[in-house]
Ligand binder design. Sequence first.
Ligand code: NOJ
Ligand code: CA
Length: 592
Amino acid sequence: MLRHPPAFHSRRPPETIEERALTDLEQQLHGLSTPSGDRAGDRAGGPWWREAVVYQVYIRSFADGNGDGIGDIAGLRSRLTYLQELGVDAIWINPWYRSPMVDAGYDVEDYREIDPLFGSMADAEALIADCHALGIRVIVDLVPNHTSSRHAWFQAALAAAPGSPERARYWFRPGRGAEGELPPNDWRSRFGGSAWTRVTEADGSPGEWYLHLFAPEQPDLNWDHPEIAQEFLSILRFWLDRGVDGFRIDVAHGLVKDPALPDLGERAVREDEPGPPDTTDHPYWDRDELSDIYREWRRVADSYAGDRMFVAEAWVSDPHRLARYLDGDVLHTAFNFHFLDCAWAAPALRATIDETLAAHVRVHAPSTWVLSNHDVTRHRSRYGSRLAGALGDSGGLSEVDLALGERRARAAALLLLALPGSAYVYQGEELGLWEAPIPEQAIQDPEFARTGRTRDGCRVPMPWSGEVAPFGFSPAGSDVAAPWLPQPAEWASVSAEREAADADSMLALYRRALALRRSLRALGDGELSWALEAPEGVLAFTREPGFQLIVNLSEAPVPLPAGWRVLLASCELADGGTALPVDGAVWLEREL
Ligand code: NOJ
Ligand code: CA
C-alpha cells in the first residue's frame, strides 16, 4: 500500500520543534512578533498543488552518496531532514532515468529505469517512501518531446529504411537540394545550428535527415503517431503506480509540430538569440493541438487517489496562451517564466504579476512563481548585474555586484513567497549561491559547443559543510572523485552548515519565511490587492486576513505604514525600525 502525505493546505500555528525554535529565535533576535491565534483549519483548503512550495532538486548536484563526484539518490535520501527543516512541501527531481547524459539526463534512453549513476529502482522507491513519511511530496521530470538517440525506438529507426514504420515515430525527411544535401527546412536547434541532422543509411549512402529541437542526440518524437501517445500514458502510469505525486513536463510547449514543416523565414534569426523565442503562431512552439495530449494525461492522473499533478515547462510569450495549458480539464499548473525573466524594477514586476494573475484567474488555476532553475543564470548574479534577461549571455558576470545581488535576492524571496499560488525554490538559492565561473575545459553543457553559452554556472554541486571543496558534497575519503563541476573556494562562506548557525543568513531567512507562510492564513492560494498609497518604485500589496508585503525598489528609504507590525524583514530597517531601505522587503501584520 502506497503512503501519501496528509494534505498540507491547511494553515496552522507553529507546531514542530523547529518551527517553535524559529519563531522563538525570531522574537529574541529581532523583537519581531508572530501571528497569534489558532488558525488551523480556518480556511477552505484546496488541493496541495495550488499553494505548494516546491524545492527543485538538481540531483547530480545535490548530494553524492557514493563518492563518484555526482549527486545521487542515496545522497538525496541522506539530506531529507535539511529539506524538512527548510519547510518545503514537495521536491521536483530533474531526470533520473537511464541516459547517456549528453544533456544531463534530458536525453532518456529508458523511461522506466533509473540510471545507475543515480542508483536503482529500489533506491527511487525508498526515496519516495522516505519523502512521504516526512510529509514531502515527489514530482518527477518527464521528457516527452524527444528521446535519447540511444533509445530503442531511435536505434530501430536508424536501422530501418526511409518510409518505414520505425522512422514514423520520429521526424525523418529527405533533404533539399539536388542530392538531398540541405536540411528539409530552416528550423533551429535551441542549442544552436540547424535542427536537422543527416543520417547514413544502412548501405553507407548519405540518407534522410531527422529533427532535433535540442542536441542531435535528442531526436524529436512525432506526436502525431498514436503509438507515442500510448507509450507516454503507460509511462505516466508506471510512475504513478510507484507513488509519485506529480510530473514536471519538459518542453511542454514543443511536442506538436506543423506537419507541413514550413520554413521559419525571417523568424529563424530570433530563434538563435539568447532568451525565449516569440512563440506566437509558430510551427513548433505552443501549438493549439497540445491541449488534446494533456487532457488525456490529466484524465490518467485524476484516476489515481491523492491529488497527483502536472507542472508544464512551457516558454510561451503570452500569459493568456500559457493559461490555455490550464484551461478546463487540461494541466494543473505551468511555470510562469515571465516573472523569472522580469527585470528588478517595480513597474515591470507589477505589470508581470498583474498579467499573470489575470490570465490564471480566468481559468481558475493557481499561478506559479519561480526565480531560478537549472537553465538560467542564478538570480543573485542577475540582480547584481546589468544583465537583462535570465537566459542571457553570462559573459557580463565579471561585473556582478554580489552584495547588491544578495540584498535583492533576499527581498525577492519575500516577494516570491508572498504572491498568490505556488512557489518554486531552486536548490542553493536558499543559501544565496551565485552563478559560478566555470573554466572552459570543465564545461559539460552541450549548448556550449554550438552557441558559446553554458548553463553550468548554475548547476555546480551544493556546499554542505567544511572549509574546502567538495564542502561535504561527497563523503570524505581519499578515493573520492572531485565534484563533476568545480565549486568556487568562496562557497565555504555559504555552506548549509555555516548558514544554519547564522541567524542573519539567507538560509535563516528562507526558513523563517517558509514557516510563517505555513502559519499565515493569508499566504498561499488566494488573491492580492495593491496598496493604493504606495510611493513610486514601491511594490506593496495586502492579502487577507491582515497581511501586507512591501518591497522598496525606489532610490530612497520609504516609511512603513502605521498600524502594521513587522513579521519579517529581508534587511535591517532604517530610522529606528520605521523605514524600509532601498532593495529591502518586509512582511507585515495588521495591528488589531
Ligand atoms: C528543458 C530543460 O530544463 C533543459 O535543461 C533541457 O536541456 C531541455 N529542456 C531539453 O530537454
Ligand atoms: Ca554519486
